[in-house]
Design a protein around this ligand. Structure first.
Ligand code: SF4
Length: 393
C-alpha cells in the first residue's frame, strides 16, 4: 500500500492531517529544520505527536534537513538521541554529517531529503547502501524517469505530489539569501522568487508590467495511478505553513483517490477530485515536472494568483445528539440563512441552511462575526470533532 504523507506545522494540523486520511506526517523540530517560520515542535510536542499517531497506527517523520554551517551543528547528536527517545519513526535529512550521526549512534530510520537532489538510480542506491531507508526524490523528475528509477533500487522512494515548487532546483537556491540575508537552505526562505519585479535594461524600464519568477504549485491527481503502479512508496503533500482547511481538504481528496484506485484499479472520472481540491486555498497549479519539462504555462510570470478561500467558516468541536446542537469554533463570517457544507473526518458530507445559532451563553445570534468565537448551531446531522464547516458552493 502506498503511503500518503502530509505536512503539519503544529499539533492541531498534525491531528487534522491524520484524521483526514494521511498515513504519516512530517513535522519540523525547533532545531536543524527548514521552514524556520513554521510553528516548529519542541521535543515534548514531538512526543505528543508520536503518541497520537502511533495510537492510530500512523507515523511521524521529523525534518532535520538544513544544509548546516559549522555553527549549526552544535548539539546534533543530543537532538537525534532525544528524537529516538520519543520514538519518532524517521528523520528526513540532507546533511551527510547528520545522516552519519543518526546511522552510527542511534537506531533512527533515515530518509534522504529532497534537498540532496537525488535525480538518478546511482545516487539513490549510494544513499541506500549507506543505510538510508528512503529517498525523497528531487522534484524535477518526470514520471517516466521516476518509474525507471524505482525499478532499479531497493530503496523506498518518496515523490512530491502536491504543494509549492521552487523556480530554482530544490536545495540549490540562493535568491532569498542574496536579497534578504535569509538562507532558504537553513530554513529562512523569504520567497523572493514570488515578489513583483520591474524589468530594467541599461537603467531603462523595458515594460510597465511587473513580473515574478514563481512556479505554479504542484498538483498530481491524474498522475497518482501511474506513481502507484511505478511502486513509489510514499506520496508527499507539501505545505507545513498551510491552514487546517487546506490540509484537511487536500489530504482527504488524495486519500479518496488513492483508496479508489487501489480498490478498483482505475479512476473513471477525475472531475470530482478536482472540485474537492479547489475548495482549498490553492495557488494556481500545474503538474510540475511530472509530465516533462514545465513550459511557460507552468510559471507565474506576471501575477501571484494567491486564491485565499473564504469558504472555511468553522471547525467542529462537539455534537449533542439529544438536542441536535453542534458546538463549533468560528473561522470566517457567516450568518442565519447561510448555506453550509459539513465535511467530517469520517468522510461523511452533508449540507444544510443555518436557522438557529447561539453564543456560549446561549444568547441567539444572527451573525458569526468574531474569529475563534465558540458558537452553538442547530443541525440535524452530526458534526464530528475537527469537522470542516464551510460555505456550500
Ligand atoms: S526563493 Fe523561491 S525558488 Fe528560492 S528557495 Fe525560496 S521558494 Fe524556492
Amino acid at each position: 500500500m502506498v503511503e500518503l504523507l502530509a505536512p503539519a506545522g503544529d499539533l492541531e494540523k498534525l491531528k487534522i492531517a491524520l484524521l483526514y486520511g494521511a498515513d504519516a506526517v512530517f513535522i519540523g523540530g525547533v532545531d536543524f529544520s527548514l521552514r524556520a517560520r513554521a510553528s516548529n515542535f519542541e521535543i515534548k510536542d514531538i512526543k505528543e505527536a508520536c503518541d497520537f499517531a502511533h495510537q492510530r497506527g500512523k507515523k511521524v517523520y521529523i525534518t532535520t534537513n538544513i544544509i548546516p554551517h559549522n555553527e549549526d551543528l552544535i548539539g546534533v547528536l543530543e537532538y537525534l538521541k532525544d528524537l529516538e527517545s520519543v520514538k519518532v519513526d524517521a528523520i528526513i535529512s540532507a546533511s551527510p554529517y547528520i545522516i552519519d550521526q543518526a546511522l552510527e549512534h542511534t537506531n533512527l530510520e533515515v530518509h534522504l531529503s529532497t534537498q540532496q537532489s537525488a535525480y538518478n538510480t546511482e545516487s539513490v542506491n549510494y544513499w541506500f547502501h549507506k543505510g538510508v531507508k528512503r529517498v525523497v526524490l528531487a522534484r524535477e523528475l518526470a514520471k517516466d524517469q521516476i518509474k525507471s528509477l524505482t525499478a532499479k533500487t531497493k530503496a523506498d522512494v518518496e515523490v512530491f505530489i502536491h504543494g509549492g515548487m521552487c523556480m530554482s532546483f530544490s536545495g540549490r537556491c540562493s535568491l532569498s539569501d542574496n536579497m534578504t540575508d535569509r538562507d532558504a537552505n537553513r530554513g529562512g526562505c523569504a520567497h523572493s522568487c514570488r515578489w513583483n519585479y520591474e524589468l530594467v535594461e541599461n537603467d531603462k524600464k523595458v515594460s510597465d508590467e511587473m513580473f515574478s519568477m514563481s512556479s505554479k504549485d504542484l498538483e498530481a491527481l491524474e498522475q497518482i495511478p501511474f506513481l502507484i503502479d511505478a511502486n513509489v512508496s510514499s506520496l508527499k503533500i507539501e505545505g507545513r505553513m498551510k491552514s487546517l482547511h487546506y490540509i484537511a481538504t487536500v489530504v482527504s481528496t488524495y486519500r479518496q483517490l488513492i483508496d479508489t484506485y487501489e480498490k478498483e484499479k482505475s479512476i473513471v472520472d477525475f472531475a470530482p477530485y478536482y472540485v474537492d481540491l479547489m475548495k482549498a486555498e490553492n495557488r494556481l497549479t500545474s503538474h510540475g515536472y511530472l509530465e516533462g519539462l514545465p513550459g511557460v504555462d507552468e510559471q507565474l510570470f506576471n501575477h501571484r494568483s494567491e486564491k485565499p478561500s473564504q469558504l472555511f467558516i468553522g471547525l467542529g468541536i462537539d455534537y449533542d445528539h439529544t438536542n441536535k446542537i453542534a458546538t463549533i469554533e468560528q473561522r470566517n463570517h457567516f450568518k442565519i440563512g447561510s448555506h453550509i457544507e459539513v465535511f467530517n473526518p469520517s468522510g461523511k458530507k452533508f449540507e444544510f441552511i443555518l436557522e438557529e445559532m447561539y453564543d456560549d451563553l446561549d444568547q441567539p445570534l444572527d451573525t458569526a462575526r468574531h474569529p475563534k468565537q465558540i458558537l452553538k448551531i442547530k443541525v440535524d446531522q452530526e458534526i464530528e470533532p475537527y469537522a470542516m464547516i464551510r460555505r456550500a458552493v
